[in-house]
Design a protein around this ligand. Structure first.
Ligand SMILES: *Cc1c(COP(=O)(O)O)cnc(C)c1O
Length: 376
């Protein structure tokens, strides 16, 4: 059994994917092919925002957003303490100060109360000026944007939605990647919508930021490509990846998002009496980038993982360490005392993600459920 069976997905979409790849090869339009524009239009329409700017990966997408907002030295950017490293990495890349915020034990997403506490703390210390919040839609579930936005408005902060894992999620009818002033996503193969390599996209309704992002992603180009007006980067989405994504986006919206929710529902029904299952609040839809259980403690979590492994069932620990504890964020004058009582410290010892993807079959679901039941 695979944790996320991308081979099986390919077998299902093979004819169309091969056709689209062949066309790129025979047209030889490897960079800036018409497929890239076509994909950007379809993505913007799906997410429900005015502009989609494709780029080379989800990390660049975040970085480009911070560059467009001119965030840098002396600025504080608030990020959840429980997420993938890249969410915090990009803050360091622009020389701003990452401030860690606790997460909710049940949704794993940024805790609005903790966010406000950290903003107040930073304002009182007076060393950094709060500029932006990067809010993550972890494991496919959109964050609590109602509460988060009240705070970003109150303190006049920009909101960047890191939807790398959130693509396809919803609050009511509103789609993930549309909640922030800018939203981003990743097309890394194992994300909800993945390509066959690296890829990413940025979403915004703001025309000015859209122009800036399009410039920054191509060496800070001006109206003419060889008249560079700022220092940027080289961060385009390949035509090949766009051609793959055009097929995958159709499958994603027509079939996969429904299938994965049906599978999650089966897990929920079979497991909720035995173990803490991922909470999807009322009115929310998850795209289930992960299906993550919460065990009692590290000992129980690790022994469940061992048992599953013996039965040939893969599982993953996302994430084993809170961000603030990583060596990369340590440095002179940096004090992380404020994170001492964060729930993120415990969560890292308790979580275990089990296999989930839209092509998981009934027998496999049964096998996973049965093995977990046996453990208990
Ligand atoms: C994967 C991921 C990223 C980075 O995306 P890449 O395409 O791998 O650069 C950023 N944030 C989160 C939360 C992610 O899961």
């Amino acid at each position: 059994m695979h944790f996320r069976d991308l081979g099986r997905q390919y077998q299902n979409l093979k004819t169309d994917i091969n056709k689209n790849i062949s066309k790129v090869l025979s047209d030889a339009n490897y960079i800036n092919g018409s497929q890239v524009i076509e994909l950007e239009n379809q993505l913007a329409e799906y997410v429900g925002v005015k502009h989609c700017i494709s780029c080379a990966n989800g990390t660049d997408a975040l970085l480009l957003a911070l560059m467009a907002w001119n965030i840098g030295e002396g600025d504080a950017v608030f990020i959840p303490d429980f997420t993938f490293f890249a969410t915090g990495e990009v803050v360091e890349c622009v020389n701003a100060m990452p401030v860690f915020v606790d997460v909710d034990k049940q949704t794993f997403n940024m805790d609005a109360k903790s966010l406000e506490e950290q903003i107040i703390r930073i304002n009182e210390e007076g060393k950094y000026s709060p500029k932006a919040v990067i809010c993550v839609d972890l494991f496919g579930l959109p964050a609590d944007y109602d509460s988060i936005k009240k705070i970003t408005r109150k303190y006049n902060l920009l909101l960047l939605e890191d939807g790398a894992q959130g693509f396809g999620g919803q609050v009511g009818e509103q789609k993930a990647c549309s909640f922030g002033d800018i939203g981003t996503t990743s097309f890394f193969p194992a994300k909800p919508l993945g390509c066959y390599g690296d890829g990413g996209a940025i979403f915004t309704n703001n025309d000015e930021w859209c122009d800036l992002l399009n410039s920054y992603k191509v060496h800070g180009k001006g109206s003419d490509k060889y008249n560079n007006i700022r220092i940027g980067m080289n961060s385009r989405l390949d035509t090949l990846q766009a051609a793959v994504l055009l097929v995958k986006l159709k499958a994603f919206r027509d079939i996969e998002i429904v299938n994965i929710n049906r599978i999650a529902e089966k897990y929920n029904k079979s497991l909720h009496n035995k173990v803490s299952i991922p909470l999807v609040p009322k009115n929310y839809t998850s795209s289930y980038a992960q299906y993550t259980l919460t065990l009692n403690d590290k000992k129980q979590r690790d022994s469940l993982q061992r048992e599953l492994k013996l039965k040939g069932i893969p599982s993953m620990i996302y994430y084993p360490r809170p961000l603030h504890s990583l060596k990369a964020f340590q440095g002179e004058g940096r004090e992380f005392d404020y994170t001492k009582n964060f729930a993120s410290n415990d969560i890292c010892d308790q979580v275990l993600s089990i296999p989930i993807h839209p092509y998981l079959e009934q027998e496999e679901i049964y096998e996973v459920v049965h093995s977990i039941m046996e453990f208990f």
